[in-house]
Design a protein around this ligand. Structure first.
Ligand code: BDP
Length: 735
C-alpha cells in the first residue's frame, strides 16, 4: 500500500481509507473496497476533486525526481525544542508539507545527525546549541522575523529555521516550504526576512446575517449563528493561509457596522475566533458603530463629550479585554455614507476617534479611523474632501489612533492617482494605514481575472509616498465558496496582499511567479503563460472599463457592468456623469486651478505634473483635465480615436487571455481548468459589453464617427441602458 498523504485540509481527504478493512462486508462491499485500494495504489494518489480549496498551500509530491533527490539528501529529519501552540503548528505544517512534497514522512527526532536536519529555534529555545553569532542575530530579529540559514556547528551541518519569536518560526516554516514548492535551491540558504509593515490586516465587510457587502464568493465564512460552539474547519484553514503570507490581523465585520457585535453573546463568538487565530499570530479587530451607546446601552446620545458615553465605551472595552486579552481594537467608519459619527453632535473626527482611543489605551488597543468621508452637502469636489477634513486635524488624534486611507481619493476604481493623504507632508503626526480593496467591487467582481499587485505597486512607487505607513488593510474577497474567492484567480490577490504587506519591494512579477508555481505548476512554459495573463490583466481591465483616467462609470448600486449615462441618483457625486463630465466639447474632470483644483493637494512635483495638460501621464489625463474630443494625444491620434483604441485593446486583451488559457488545457487538472475557462469566457463577453455600452454612450455625446478598425457596438445605446441586474451579488443575500 502506498503511504497515504496526510493532508491538513478536510475535503481533500482520499475518498476511502485503505487501512480500515472490515471483514463483515457483503461481497459487493468487499469488491468496492478492493477497487478503492487499487485506485489508491495507482498514482496519483489524490482522489479529491481539485476545486481550489487548498489555495497555494498545495504540497503534492514534487514531480521532478532529480529535485526530489536533492531535497531528500538535505531534509532527512527535523527537531524543535519549543512547546507553544504556535510551535506545534509550525511542526505540523513542516511535517505535513515535507511529507507531501517529498512523498514520504520526514521524522521529528531528538538528536540530529551530521547532515540533513532542520532545526526550529528562537533565541529562547533551541534543540541544539547555536553559534553565538546566530543566537545574537535571533535576539535582534523583529519578533515576527525569521532567518533560514545553513549552519555548521559542532561538526554538524543543518538548516536553521530561526524566528524572532515563535510566530517568526511559523512564518519561517511557511517561507521554507514556499522555497520547496517553487523548487528553489536550499543548498546555500541564507535568508533574513522581517516585515516592512507592522499591521497587515484583512478587513471583512461581513454582516452578522452572513451577507457580505461587496462579497462575490458566497456567504460570509463566519457562521455567527453557530459560534462559539461550532468551529468550522475553515477557520483553521483561513488562519493557516493568512499565516503563510504573514497576515497578522483580521477585522471580522463590515465597516457599515452593526452594534450587535458588541453585545455579550456576540463577544463570546468573537472570543472563540480570537482563541483559534491566536497561535497563528492573528489578532482580531471589530468594527464599532458610533451610535452603539444608544443602540446597545440605551443612552440618549453618543456624543463623545458626554461622560456617560465615555463611561459606556470604557466599560465595553474592559468587557472585551476580559474575554480577548490581545484584542486589536476598533475600525470605524463615521459620518460617511449615512453612518453615524461625532459630526452628528457637532464634534470632529478627532473627538470621535479619541473617545474610543481613551477607552482602548490601557490595553494598547488601537482605533483605526477611516478617512473615506465625503458629503453631498459640501459643494467641494468629492475627491478633495477627505484631505480637507483630515489634514487640519493632524496632531489632535491620540497616539493609538491610526487613519485608514484608501489607495486613491475616490473609491477603489480600476485606476486612480494616489490619495494625497498618503503622501509626505499630509499626515505628519498621525499614524496611517493604507487601505486596498482585494475584492474586485469595481473590477469585474468575481467574474473577471484581474491581478491587483501592479495597481498596488503603482501606489507604493508614487514619488513622495509616505514611508511611515504603519499598516496595510485589505478588503477581503473571501467567502464560503469552495475555492474561497469565487474566481480561482481571486486567490492571487489575497496572496499578493499578504506578500506585499510583508515585503513592499516584492515585484508583481515575483509574486505572480510564486503564486503560479505554488497553485498550478512548476512547468516553465505554463508558468510563463499564466504570469503573462496575470501581469497584463489590470491594464486590460482598465482599457475596457475606464481608460485614460476615467472613473466610476459603473452601474448603480451593485456596480456590476457599465452605466456611464447614469445621471439621476439622489447624490450628484454618485453619478457617473459627475465624474466623466462628457459634453459636446470633450470629456474629463478639470481638477486643475481653473477647475476643482484637487491638484493643489499634491506635493509640488506631482502637482505640477498632474496640472500640466502636456505632461500629465495619459493614464490620469481625464482624471485631471477636460480634454476636447479632437485634441491630439502623444500618439498623434485624437482623444476620441484614442478612447476607442483603448476600449478595443481591452477586448482584445480579454480574448487573448481566453486563448492563452486554452494552451494550458493539458497541464492543468480539468476541474480547475474548467472553472477558469468558463469565467474567462464571461469576462470576454463582459469586456465587449463594456466596450459597446461605453462607446455607444460617448459617441452619442461626441457625435464623432467610430475610427476605422473599431468594432461598432453590437446593440443600440437604449439596449445597454435597459439591462438590469436586480440580484447582482455584493449587496443583497445570495441565497
Ligand atoms: C464603497 C462601497 C461601499 C462601502 C464603502 C466604504 O461601495 O459598499 O461601504 O466603499 O468603503 O466602495 O465604506
Amino acid at each position: 500500500m502506498p503511504v497515504l498523504r496526510h493532508n491538513l485540509l478536510p475535503y481533500d481527504e482520499p475518498a476511502c481509507q485503505g487501512n480500515k478493512i472490515i471483514f463483515r462486508l457483503s461481497v459487493m462491499r468487499i469488491f468496492t473496497k478492493i477497487f478503492c485500494c487499487l485506485l489508491l495504489a495507482t498514482p496519483p494518489y489524490t482522489l479529491y476533486a481539485e476545486d481550489g480549496y487548498r489555495l497555494w498551500l498545495r504540497f503534492d509530491k514534487i514531480k521532478d525526481a532529480g529535485i526530489r533527490m536533492e531535497y531528500n539528501r538535505q531534509l532527512k529529519n527535523f527537531t524543535s525544542a519549543g512547546q507553544s501552540p504556535t510551535i506545534k503548528i509550525a511542526i505540523d505544517e513542516l511535517k505535513n508539507g515535507l511529507e507531501g512534497l517529498l512523498g514520504h514522512s520526514v521524522p521529528m527526532v531528538k538528536t540530529i545527525g551530521a547532515t540533513g536536519s532542520i532545526i526550529l529555534a528562537t533565541s529562547e529555545h533551541s534543540p541544539v546549541k547555536l553559534p553565538k553569532a546566530i543566537n545574537n542575530q535571533l535576539q535582534q530579529l523583529d519578533k515576527e522575523g525569521f532567518i533560514l540559514q545553513k549552519v555548521s556547528s559542532g561538526g554538524k551541518s543543518f538548516i536553521l529555521i530561526g524566528g524572532g519569536s515563535d510566530i517568526g518560526v511559523l512564518y519561517g516554516v511557511f517561507h521554507f516550504l514556499r522555497l520547496l514548492q517553487t523548487q528553489q535551491s536550499i543548498t546555500r540558504l541564507q535568508i533574513k526576512s522581517e516585515p516592512d509593515i507592522p499591521l497587515r490586516m484583512l478587513n471583512h465587510w461581513d454582516n452578522l446575517d452572513r451577507t457580505v457587502e461587496r462579497g462575490y464568493a458566497g456567504a460570509s465564512i463566519w457562521d455567527w449563528h453557530r459560534l462559539p460552539e461550532y468551529l468550522d474547519r475553515r477557520y483553521t484553514d483561513y488562519a493557516r493561509a493568512n499565516a503563510s503570507i504573514g497576515i497578522n490581523a483580521t477585522v471580522l465585520t463590515n465597516v457599515n457596522a452593526n452594534a450587535l457585535v458588541l453585545r455579550p453573546d456576540y463577544l463570546e463568538k468573537t472570543r472563540a475566533l480570537a482563541d483559534l487565530f491566536r497561535p497563528y499570530g492573528i489578532r482580531v479587530f471589530l468594527t464599532a458603530r458610533f451610535s452603539a451607546p444608544i443602540e446597545l446601552g440605551g443612552l440618549k446620545t453618543a456624543d463623545p463629550h458626554d461622560p456617560q458615553v465615555q463611561a459606556w465605551w470604557k466599560n465595553k472595552v474592559d468587557e472585551i479585554y476580559r474575554l480577548i486579552p490581545d484584542f486589536g481594537g476598533f475600525v470605524v467608519k463615521a459620518n460617511s455614507e449615512g453612518q453615524p459619527g461625532p459630526q452628528n453632535y457637532g464634534r470632529t473626527h478627532a473627538d470621535g476617534a479619541n473617545l474610543l482611543a481613551n477607552a482602548l489605551q490601557p490595553y494598547s488597543g488601537r482605533v483605526i479611523w477611516r478617512a473615506f468621508v465625503y458629503s453631498n452637502e459640501t459643494p467641494e469636489d468629492r475627491v478633495r474632501q477627505a484631505f480637507s477634513e483630515f489634514v487640519p486635524l493632524d496632531g489632535s488624534f491620540s497616539k493609538n489612533v491610526m487613519i485608514q486611507v484608501k489607495n486613491g481619493p475616490l473609491d477603489f476604481q480600476p485606476r486612480e492617482p494616489v490619495h494625497p493623504l498618503l503622501l509626505e507632508g499630509a499626515l505628519t503626526q498621525t499614524a496611517s494605514v493604507l487601505e486596498l480593496q482585494i475584492t474586485q467591487e469595481y473590477l469585474g467582481q468575481a467574474n473577471h481575472l484581474v491581478f491587483l499587485a501592479p495597481m498596488w505597486q503603482e501606489v507604493l512607487e508614487t514619488p513622495d509616498f509616505h514611508q511611515k505607513i504603519d499598516g496595510f488593510a485589505g478588503v477581503s474577497n473571501i467567502g464560503s465558496d469552495r475555492n474561497w474567492t469565487g474566481h480561482l484567480f481571486g486567490q492571487t490577490n489575497w496572496y499578493a496582499f499578504g506578500r506585499l504587506s510583508w515585503d513592499n519591494q516584492l515585484s508583481p512579477e515575483a509574486i505572480a511567479d510564486e503564486w503560479t508555481r505554488m497553485t498550478f505548476s512548476n512547468d516553465n512554459e505554463s508558468v510563463k503563460l499564466i504570469k503573462s495573463m496575470l501581469l497584463n490583466s489590470l491594464e486590460n481591465c482598465v482599457d475596457y472599463m475606464t481608460p485614460l483616467g476615467l472613473a466610476h462609470l459603473m452601474a448603480t448600486g451593485h456596480h456590476f457592468g457599465p452605466g456611464p449615462w447614469v445621471n439621476d441618483l439622489p447624490r450628484a457625486d454618485w453619478n457617473p456623469t459627475y465624474f466623466h463630465r462628457a459634453d459636446s466639447t470633450g470629456i474629463g474632470f478639470n481638477r486643475t486651478a481653473t477647475g476643482s483644483n484637487a491638484v493643489a493637494q499634491y506635493p509640488a512635483a506631482l502637482r505640477d505634473l498632474y496640472a500640466s495638460r502636456a505632461k500629465c501621464p495619459e493614464k490620469f489625463l481625464l482624471w485631471f483635465h477636460h480634454v476636447g474630443w479632437n485634441e491630439k494625444l502623444a500618439s498623434g491620434r485624437t482623444l476620441w480615436e484614442e478612447i476607442c483604441r483603448h476600449y478595443d485593446q481591452g477586448v482584445i486583451g480579454a480574448v487573448t487571455m481566453q486563448a492563452d488559457w486554452q494552451k494550458l488545457k493539458k497541464s492543468i487538472d480539468s476541474d480547475r481548468f474548467e472553472q477558469v475557462e468558463q469565467l474567462l469566457s464571461i469576462q470576454a463577453k463582459e469586456a465587449r459589453w463594456w466596450h459597446d455600452a461605453c462607446l455607444s454612450y460617448f459617441q452619442s455625446v461626441s457625435k464623432l464617427p467610430y475610427p476605422a478598425g473599431t468594432a461598432p457596438p453590437e446593440k443600440s445605446l437604449e439596449y445597454y441602458k435597459k439591462l438590469d441586474y436586480p440580484f447582482a451579488p455584493g449587496i443583497r443575500p445570495r441565497w
